[in-house]
Ligand binder design. Structure first.
Ligand SMILES: [Zn+2]
Length: 207
């Protein structure tokens, strides 16, 4: 009986610790945000928060100007949004990295904001004829499935300038524009960018 006593005590201590650990686990669960993304697929659609607009009231601060982003196709809306979607004939939902705007073949595609053409090309299994533009606020925009490309790599473009025509080249089932925006290498929902203005530093602080 004597040798059993320490064992019993150690069991008690152990049980006590387990209870504390269990309590901590409950607390950790309570601290976790509600509705946190459950899997990798959900994280892919996460939209990074946009940087705050820089203050212009500071006397010695940088001089900024506003740069507006406009819709790339006039008269037609988004018919397939950004985020997870399941296409007909596909078993699994996949992340749609941009928005689709269905419009007749030959409709003008306008650059969403001023910038410089990063590259143009043809991606047979994906974007088809595409144009990618970099903007002075650090974002890039991509226009896919074009029937015609009207700009060349390196060209400066003004907001609203036509860069090509709507088509159905590449992985596409009908004429539409695939419009994608990236910031710091991650896609963001174009619906959260179009119609907004972003500050661009024109002149650095004098201080
Ligand atoms: Zn698309």
């Amino acid at each position: 009986m004597r040798s059993l006593l320490p064992t019993a005590r150690s069991i008690l201590i152990h049980t006590g610790q387990t209870a504390i650990l269990a309590g901590m686990a409950v607390l950790a669960m309570a601290a976790a945000p509600m509705g946190a993304p459950a899997g990798e697929a959900a994280t892919m659609t996460e939209t990074p928060a946009l940087a705050p607009i820089q203050a212009v009231a500071e006397p010695a601060g940088p001089v900024t100007r506003q740069m507006a982003f406009i819709a790339p196709v006039r008269g037609y809306g988004v018919n397939s949004p950004f985020g997870l979607r399941k296409l007909a004939g596909e078993a699994r939902a996949r992340a749609h990295k941009g928005v689709d705007i269905a419009a007749p073949k030959g409709t003008g595609v306008l650059v969403t904001a001023e910038g410089r053409v990063l590259r143009t090309g043809y991606d047979a299994g994906g974007f088809g004829n595409f144009v990618e533009v970099s903007h002075p606020n650090g974002m890039t925009s991509l226009y896919g499935h074009l029937s015609r490309i009207d700009v060349a790599s390196g060209m400066a473009v003004e907001s609203g300038q036509r860069i090509g025509l709507v088509g159905s080249t590449g992985y596409s089932t009908g004429p539409h524009l695939h419009f994608q925006i990236e910031r710091n290498g991650r896609t963001v929902d174009p619906a959260r960018v179009v119609g907004r203005a972003f500050a661009v530093v024109v002149k650095a602080s004098q201080a």
